[in-house]
Design a protein around this ligand. Structure first.
Ligand code: AR6
Length: 176
């Protein structure tokens, strides 16, 4: 599924984020930036040790913030590492922190002249964020950003598995 926001494109695909040919891909990292499982593990495995070296130099990243490294052996030139919230009950600022993770990643992309960026579904794996709620925040934040920042030409959500893709599609339809 694909929609236009002014001249920019927002698309939803099923797939593996490490295979994307966008200028940047986003990593659902943790505060230590030392790697982990899920998307984080896949990106470090596919991208090679250079990414981790740069992450170690950066030192860490707060929840909702974002940092950038090169893409190592990936097709993408950059990896933007952001940290989504660990979901507890929705009453601990989780929605705002998840929104910040998307918005700060996009801001960082703009500041580096990045034109195309691929996101995974941040916080909905190990961090336990309910998928429907997280999908709505992810999509609204990206759409709002694209309305105001036409410098980003493509935001692609790369969803793992058909079910996740379907939830994002269901949430995108009423926003179009
Ligand atoms: N491409 C796209 N999506 C993927 C991929 C992939 N290669 N692999 C998994 N997903 P998670 P989180 C999906 O757990 O919830 C790590 O250990 C997955 O199915 O990667 O933000 C970090 O170091 C799910 O839908 O990220 C942190 O400690 C989504 O990506 C912690 O996990 C996010 O799942 C972060 O947890």
């Amino acid at each position: 599924m694909e929609i236009k926001i002014n001249k920019s494109t927002l698309s939803l695909v099923e797939g593996d984020i490490t295979k994307q040919d966008t200028d940047a891909i986003v990593n659902a990292a943790n505060k230590t930036l030392r790697g982990g499982g899920g998307v984080d593990g896949a990106i470090h495995r596919a991208g090679g040790p250079k990414i981790l070296e740069e992450c170690i130099k950066i030192g860490g990243c707060e929840t909702g913030e974002a940092v950038i490294t090169t893409g190592g052996n990936l097709k993408a030139k950059y990896v933007i590492h952001t940290v989504g919230p660990v979901y507890r009950d929705g009453l601990h600022n989780e929605p705002k922190l998840l929104e910040n993770a998307y918005r700060n990643s996009l801001k960082l992309a703009s500041s580096k002249g990045i034109k195309s960026i691929a996101f995974p579904s941040i916080s909905t794996g190990a961090y336990g964020y309910p998928l429907e709620d997280a999908a709505e925040i992810a999509l609204k934040t990206a759409i709002n950003y694209l309305w105001e920042h036409p410098d980003i030409e493509l935001v692609r959500f790369v969803l793992f598995g058909q079910k996740t893709l379907e939830v994002y599609e269901k949430k995108l339809k009423p926003l179009v």
